[in-house]
Design a protein around this ligand. Structure first.
Ligand SMILES: Nc1ncnc2c1ncn2[C@@H]1O[C@H](COP(=O)(O)OP(=O)(O)OP(=O)(O)O)[C@@H](O)[C@H]1O
Ligand SMILES: [Mg+2]
Length: 350
């Protein structure tokens, strides 16, 4: 290992690279400490947090970030409080990840309250468990803080483990996770490290591409909670609120008519039973904000066409259905936009 020389600035202030690295190393767990870990009843911590905060306060804090998900949150909390892992399922961009993170933050059962893994199909089991760095272990000993790099399954002890897009985990990583859930121990080259955590996983439904089937044993250990599209009025509120939040620093505000039009467009797509993978609320928010910022750049008022271009461009990559080509999908979206426009004009005439 090459240690950098002190810079003159560091010498003046009395800080050194060594001090920084010493501090860093101090905070890293040593294998011997990890092997001494005591069990933690995470569900007790959750229940205590719920008792201390109060359900109403938790829901009102959540409402500052996500609208219309109070019921889903109650489902989530009631499962966590009895130590049941949760799988949040739902279409793209309906707030699954945000819900998992926000609830974990509000509960704040530890510091940091959660460890998050963005799951992907090439994730190896050791990426989840962590591994011993043989070269460091040979040189500096097994108990050197850098000899064992703990993975998220180890770091999550006493916390919530958010497994974002768990459906992307390949069967090998799923098996490592299952073992940790079943036995409360993570195995690393013969060492057994205690780890108690509660999982909040998120997933898209099985018909989405790039997903693996969740093993039966893993699915059986999780309570499945579904998020669906919000009601029309809630959706309208979300679109208005979040797009204006993105635009605040530009000093522009989305005209009411464009919010209405976007709401109609999204609603028409949600209601169409021929669409297998529906629109994303996130995409709709960004389409509105992008249309506005484009007009802002050009120093003019936003037009309906600005919104049309943005919405169709954004949704063409999200929605999926029985289309023979991208062009056909685009034409479908343009048609739906025109329908949404007619409805919006009608309701504004009244
Ligand atoms: N109910 C809601 N209330 C407020 N904002 C929402 C709601 N649903 C979605 N959003 C907005 O959409 C964004 C997307 O949310 P998030 O990334 O959590 O969705 P997701 O379901 O995890 O999406 P993906 O399927 O792509 O992973 C959020 O940042 C939020 O601004
Ligand atoms: Mg997500």
């Amino acid at each position: 290992m090459v240690l950098r020389k002190h810079t003159s600035e560091q010498a003046k202030t009395g800080t050194s690279q060594n001090q920084y690295s010493d501090k860093l190393l101090e905070n890293l767990p040593r294998l011997s400490d990890l092997l001494k870990r005591e069990p933690i009843q995470v569900e007790k911590l959750v229940a205590e947090a719920i008792r201390t905060k109060g359900v109403r306060k938790i829901l009102s804090e959540l409402d500052k970030v996500l609208k219309g998900l109070g019921d889903v949150a109650l489902d989530l909390l009631s499962s966590l409080a009895i130590g049941r892992h949760v799988l949040i399922m739902g279409p793209v961009g309906v707030g699954k990840t945000t819900l998992a993170e926000t609830i974990a933050e509000i509960l704040a059962i530890a510091d940091p309250p959660y460890i998050e893994v963005a799951c992907h199909s090439h994730m190896t089991a050791t990426e989840l468990t962590g591994d011993i760095d043989i070269a460091v272990a040979l040189q500096a000993g097994l108990d050197h803080p850098l000899a064992f790099i703990p993975g998220p399954l180890v770091l999550a002890h006493g916390r919530i483990l958010i497994l974002d897009e768990i459906n992307r985990l390949n069967p090998y990583s799923q098996a490592a996770l299952l073992q940790a859930l079943q036995e409360h121990y993570v195995y690393i080259r013969g060492f057994r490290i205690r780890s108690d955590f509660l999982v909040i996983a998120t997933s898209n439904p099985a018909e989405y591409s790039g997903v693996y089937e969740l093993s039966e044993a893993l699915a059986d250990r999780m309570k499945v909670i579904e998020i669906n599209y919000p009601d029309r009025e809630v959706l309208r509120g979300i679109l208005e609120w979040k797009s204006n939040a993105l635009l605040e620093h530009l000093g522009v505000k989305v005209p009411d008519f464009l919010v209405e039009l976007t709401t109609n467009f999204v609603t028409l797509l949600v209601q169409d039973s021929n669409i297998e993978v529906g629109p994303s609320i996130r995409s709709a928010i960004f389409a509105l904000a992008n249309a506005m910022s484009r007009a802002w750049l050009e120093g003019r008022e936003p037009s309906i066409n600005d919104l049309k271009v943005e919405l169709v461009e954004n949704m063409v990559s999200t929605i999926r259905g029985n289309f023979s080509s991208e062009q056909e999908k685009k034409e479908y979206l343009l048609k739906k936009f025109d329908e949404a426009l007619i409805i919006a004009k009608r309701s504004y005439k009244r």
